[in-house]
Design a protein around this ligand. Structure first.
Ligand code: DMJ
Length: 627
């Protein structure tokens, strides 16, 4: 306006219109009001609006959903938002400070950034509205392993000393069992997925899509923790030389994640050896195509070579399974942590978003969800198989975030409340159990898998409202007691795959098909948590009963085998040494006879395959910045 007036040979607008002074004044007033209105309206436009990006400085208009709208970060209350997005925000901000577009721009456009390359989401500085910084090239993302190690509150393997000779002897016995299981696997099945201890050969199976060495990757951290140095080196050099990730074949997204990605991540955190990190990240990227569904809920099966994914044939109407897509969170957050690539975190945060959006019947989470429509497919609810580790990962997400992921905590609390209201029952004989729910009808059955829940409920009790803490500790103890009963009531002192509370029976398998024991860990897992959280000596006693039973009924000449019927003392062996026996059962038993500072629960959260992942202590922030 003013400019126009001063242009030579051009009369001012109002003059040109032939207006008088008061009219000119009114006209000017009207125009300035109009301008203010237009400019002010810019702030009301959605962040994505092109006009906004055109007129406002870049930072204010960025509109990234992960960036806080208000108040600014410094004013954020400590528990205001989940930890994962917060860390993501920190990284995005760090990238923005260097003028780099956030890494996920590249990732979500289909190409994942090359780690360690300047082009990994890295551009030139200088587009920010902050005071002009000297032009600099973005350095590669780096994870500072030493900073991470310094952040741990306890030595990984504890301080040692001051224990009872009996405790030490029992621990060493379990170490010997691990060595026996490993030696036989190495001798007869090295490089295969599992050992067949009766026929003395290897088993490959079809769960890992052509990947081999499941027992090696699952056993790595147990060998390390038990200080079986030579054996650990054998396992490590196999991973270095022979773990081939360029495979084809149908893999379970869930199994590959919990065993391979989990095992590799943990071994990296324990040792700092790059090979474990790079393999974990490479494999993690191969899992990403499974999320390419209309809802972002991954399908259960993926071809690691082609990236094609589909649902399990047995899952009703092409659905995805709660315990499968709900058991990725811990590992995926660590994949982001180590790579700087937010895509992993984005994928699992989206799963949460979908779950939070849909209605839950009576507050319960059914086990089958359509990845296409995002609706529940069947109303079967269980804290055992098909549901189990979804609940586990909610409370563990909260713990792993150093107690900042309040969204996970709330989801866990709400779910547990609904489970308690609808599924927790007491038998006539006074045993507390968690039944299954089929469209509103209760099935009074508890699977062996559901026995992890004693430990989980104890672990979660700490965050409960003051008046409920003791209640949850009591509930955890009662469930663990029931699971112990399922062992104590069998002839072998090992528990069946499922036990029931009907027809006058309590905590025993009533069907022939449910009498087997395949070296599963869930009951001893609960013993470990209960021991660490209460120090009631009965849990060590119960753990020792399991050791004796395993030795008596599952140990064969060339390893450990599952048994077909826990109710007979002349068992028939199933000829399979499951990899989770080395990853979980023996690890939990060993830790039960260790001091609490060995893999302290303050520093580590166990994934569902017992691979410990570090808690993201607040003072760890520095480690994940762009160097
Ligand atoms: C393990 O692979 C994991 O614990 C999983 O969450 C459930 N099943 C087995 C052990 O029973």
């Amino acid at each position: 306006m003013l400019l126009l007036r001063k242009l030579p040979g051009m009369p001012g607008w109002p003059a040109a219109l032939g207006l008088r002074l008061p009219q000119k004044f009114l006209f000017l007033l009207f125009l300035s009001g109009l301008l203010t209105l237009c400019f002010g309206a810019l702030f009301l436009l959605p962040d994505s609006s092109r006009f906004k990006r055109l007129f406002l400085p870049r930072r204010a208009a960025a509109g990234d959903p992960d960036l806080p709208r208000s108040p600014p970060a410094a004013a954020e209350p400590r528990h205001a938002s989940p930890a994962a997005p917060r860390r993501l925000r920190d990284k995005l901000r760090a990238a923005a400070r260097l003028g780099a577009p956030p890494a996920h721009t590249a990732a979500s456009a289909g190409g994942s950034p090359q780690r360690g390359q300047p082009g990994a989401g890295g551009a030139e500085a200088g587009t920010d509205s902050a005071p002009a910084a000297p032009r600099q090239t973005r350095a590669p993302f780096g994870f500072d392993y030493e900073t991470f190690r310094r952040s741990l509150r306890h030595p990984v393997l504890g301080r040692g000393g001051g224990e009872e000779p009996e405790t030490r002897a029992r621990r060493l016995k379990i170490r010997e069992m691990m060595k026996f299981a490993w030696d036989n696997y190495r001798r007869y099945a090295f490089g295969k997925n599992e050992l067949r201890p009766l026929t003395k050969n290897g088993h490959i199976g079809n769960m890992f899509g052509g990947l081999r060495g499941a027992t090696i990757v699952d056993a790595l951290d147990t060998l390390y923790i038990m200080e079986l140095g030579e054996e650990f080196q054998e396992a490590k050099s196999w991973v270095e030389k022979s773990l081939d990730l360029n495979v084809n074949g149908e893999a379970s997204l869930f199994e590959v994640n919990i065993r391979y990605v989990g095992g590799l991540l943990t071994t990296y955190y324990l040792t700092g050896e790059e090979v474990f990190k790079s393999k974990a990240l490479e494999l993690g990227e191969k899992l990403l195509p499974a999320f390419n569904t209309p809802t972002g809920i991954p399908r259960g099966v993926i071809n690691l070579g082609s990236g094609m994914s589909w649902s399990w044939g047995w899952a009703s109407a092409g659905s995805s399974i709660l315990a499968e897509f709900g058991t990725l969170h811990l590992e995926f957050l660590h994949l982001t942590e180590l790579s700087g690539n937010p895509v992993f975190t984005e994928k699992v945060m989206n799963i949460r978003k979908v779950l939070n959006r849909i209605e839950k019947p009576q507050g319960l989470y059914p086990n089958f969800l359509s990845p296409v429509t995002g609706n529940w497919v069947q109303h079967h609810v269980s804290i055992g198989g098909l549901g189990d580790s979804f609940y586990e990962y909610l409370i563990k997400s909260w713990l792993m975030s150093d107690k900042r992921d309040t969204e996970a905590k709330k989801m866990y609390n709400d779910a547990l409340e609904a489970i308690e209201k609808h599924l927790v029952k007491k038998s006539a004989g006074g045993l507390t159990y968690i039944a299954e729910w089929r469209g509103g009808i209760l099935d009074h059955k508890m699977g062996h898998l559901a026995c992890f829940s004693g430990g989980m409920i104890a672990l979660g009790a700490e965050q409960a409202a003051e008046e409920k803490k003791q209640h949850y500790m009591d509930l955890a103890a009662e469930i663990t007691h029931t699971c112990h009963e399922s062992y104590a009531r069998s002839d072998t002192k090992l528990g069946p795959e499922a036990f029931r509370f009907d027809s006058g029976m309590e905590a025993v398998a009533t069907r022939l098909s449910e009498r087997y024991y395949i070296l599963r860990p869930e009951v001893v897992e609960s013993y470990l948590y209960m021991w660490r959280l209460t120090h009631d000596p009965k849990y060590r006693q119960w753990g020792w009963e399991v050791v004796k039973a395993l030795e008596k009924y599952c140990r064969v000449e060339a390893g450990f085998s599952g048994i077909r019927d826990v109710y007979t003392t002349t068992p028939s062996h199933d000829n399979m040494q499951q990899s989770f026996f080395l990853a979980e059962t023996l690890k939990y038993l060993y830790l039960l006879f260790c001091d609490d500072d060995v893999l302290s629960l303050e520093d580590w959260v166990f994934n569902t395959e017992a691979h410990p992942l570090p808690v993201n202590h607040t003072n760890l922030k520095a480690k994940a910045s762009v160097q």
